[in-house]
Design a protein around this ligand. Structure first.
Ligand code: HEM
Ligand code: SF4
Ligand code: SF4
Length: 373
C-alpha cells in the first residue's frame, strides 16, 4: 500500500509538473479537451491529475507538436504522463481495493491461461458425461450445459464486473465534485464518448501512431470493436428476452434477430481488435506507458478470441464438434468477464466519467478569466 501511495504521488506529480509548463505555453490549446480544462486551473492536485489523465485520449498529437518534448530538458510528454496516471486511477478506485493490484498482472499470458484453463475444465466436464464428439444436435447447446447453469455462472460473473466497476466510478466521481449533471452536458458527453471525438487530434485527421503522420485508423478500429461488442451484448439481451418473455428456446434460426446481431457484432469484434492490435504493436513507445502494454494487449486478444470462438461455434453448431466448440467459447467469454473489472475495460468507465465532468465544467464560468474555453 505504501508503495502504491508513492507511485500515485510520483505519477500525479509528473502530470502536475507538465501541466504547469503547458499552461504557460498553450500551443496545443485547440487539440483536445485536456488543454482547455487545464487553462481553468493554476494548480493540479491529485483529483485534477486523475481527471485530466482520463480525459486525454492518447492521440499523441501534442507530443509530436511539442517543442519541449524530450530530448529538451523540460521533457514534456503529455500522453505518456497521462497514461501512467490512468493506471493509478484504475488501481486506486478498484473494488475490492486489494484486487487493484491485478491491473499490473493482467497480461496476455494470464488472459490466455484463464481462458484455456476454463475451456479445459468445461471440456473435461463434457468428457466425463460421455464423449467429447457426438451425434449432431441441431445446435442445441442446452443438451450439453443446462440453460439455468449458464445463466447462473455468467450472470454472477457479469454482475460482479458491473458492481466492481460501478463502485469504482462512484468513488472517482465523488472525488471530483463536478456539480449537477445537466441534460445538455449528459447528451454532449455521450456523443463525445460514442464518436470518440478527441481521437481526431483536434483537426479531424486523426491520431499519430508510429510517426508524425495522422491517421483515423485507431478511431475506426475502435468503433468496430466498441459497436461490435455492443451488438454482441444486444444479441444476448434479445435472446434472454426470447427465452423468458416469449418462451422461444435456442437454437435460433440464422435469420433470427439474436443470430443476426451476434454475427454482425462478431465480425466487427473480429476486425476491430485485429486492427487495434496491429496499431498497438507499431505505435511509437513514447506515446504510452510500456508497463501497461500487456494489459492493453490482453484485453484486445480476449475480445478477438471471444468473437473468433463465437463465430466458429455458429459455423459448426450443427456438427458433432459443437460441444467442444461450445466449451472453448464459454471458457473464453468467462475469462473476459472475470478480467473485465481488473483490466483495460476500466477505461470505458473512467473516460466516460471524465468526459461528463468536462461537459459540465465547460458550461460553468471560467473564474480565472485568463483565456481558454
Ligand atoms: C464507452 C466509452 C469508451 C471510450 C470513451 C473509449 C475510449 C478509448 C480511447 C481514447 C482509447 C485509446 C487510448 C487508450 O488506449 O486508452 C481506447 C482504447 C481501447 N478501447 Fe476504448 N473506449 C470506450 C469503450 C470501449 C469498449 C466498450 C471497448 C470494448 C469492449 C473498448 C475497447 C478498447 C480497446 C481494445 C482499446 C485498446 C487499443 C490500444 O491498445 O490501442 N473501448 N478506448
Ligand atoms: S505539449 Fe508542449 S507544445 Fe503543447 S502546450 Fe504543452 S508544452 Fe506547449
Ligand atoms: S495526447 Fe492527444 S488527447 Fe492526450 S492531451 Fe495530447 S492532444 Fe490531448
Amino acid at each position: 500500500m505504501q508503495q502504491l501511495e508513492s507511485l500515485i504521488r510520483a505519477a500525479e506529480n509528473e502530470v502536475s509538473r507538465q501541466m504547469q509548463v503547458c499552461n504557460a505555453c498553450r500551443y496545443c490549446e485547440t487539440f483536445c479537451a485536456v488543454f482547455p480544462a487545464m487553462t481553468r486551473r493554476l494548480e493540479f492536485g491529485a483529483a485534477d491529475a486523475h481527471y485530466l489523465a482520463n480525459l486525454c485520449h492518447n492521440c499523441g498529437a501534442c507530443l509530436h507538436a511539442c517543442q519541449y518534448a524530450p530530448p529538451h530538458e523540460f521533457a514534456v510528454n503529455v500522453p505518456q504522463a497521462m497514461a501512467r496516471v490512468r493506471r493509478e486511477t484504475y488501481e486506486a478506485f478498484a473494488w475490492p481495493q486489494p484486487l487493484g493490484a491485478l491491473y499490473r498482472r493482467n497480461g496476455v499470458t494470464l488472459a490466455l491461461a484463464t481462458a484455456g484453463g476454463l475451456a479445459l475444465f468445461l471440456l473435461l466436464a463434457i468428457a466425463m458425461k460421455g464423449s467429447l464428439f457426438h451425434e449432431p444436435l441441431a445446435g442445441n447447446f442446452y443438451a450439453i450445459f443446462p440453460h439455468s447453469m449458464l445463466v447462473w455462472m455468467f450472470g454472477a460473473a457479469f454482475g460482479w464486473a458491473v458492481l466492481a466497476l460501478a463502485i469504482g466510478a462512484v468513488r472517482f466521481w465523488r472525488g471530483q465534485s463536478p456539480g449537477a449533471v445537466g441534460s445538455a452536458a449528459a447528451v454532449e458527453a455521450t456523443k463525445n464518448a460514442l464518436a470518440l471525438t478527441y481521437l481526431d487530434g483536434g483537426h479531424g485527421d486523426g491520431c499519430n501512431e508510429e510517426d508524425d503522420r495522422f491517421t483515423l485508423a485507431r478511431r475506426r478500429f475502435h468503433h468496430l470493436t466498441f459497436y461490435g461488442f455492443m451488438l454482441c451484448f444486444a444479441s444476448t439481451c434479445v435472446a434472454t428476452l426470447y427465452h423468458y418473455a416469449l418462451g422461444l428456446q435456442a437454437p435460433y434460426a440464422l435469420t433470427s434477430l439474436p443470430v443476426i446481431l451476434g454475427t454482425v457484432g462478431g465480425i466487427g469484434l473480429l476486425i476491430g481488435p485485429a486492427g487495434l492490435l496491429w496499431l498497438n504493436l507499431r505505435r511509437d513507445p513514447m506515446h504510452g506507458d510500456a508497463a501497461q502494454r500487456p494489459m492493453d494487449r490482453a484485453f484486445i486478444v480476449l475480445l478477438f478470441a471471444t468473437s473468433l470462438t463465437g463465430l466458429a461455434l455458429l459455423a459448426w453448431r450443427d456438427t458433432g464438434a459443437m460441444a467442444a466448440l461450445l466449451a472453448v467459447h464459454l471458457g473464453t467469454v468467462m475469462a473476459l468477464f472475470l478480467t473485465l473489472p481488473y483490466g483495460k475495460f476500466a477505461h470505458a468507465v473512467y473516460r466516460s466519467a471524465a468526459l461528463l465532468k468536462w461537459s459540465i465544467e465547460r458550461r460553468q464560468p471560467n473564474r480565472l478569466r485568463i483565456g481558454g474555453d
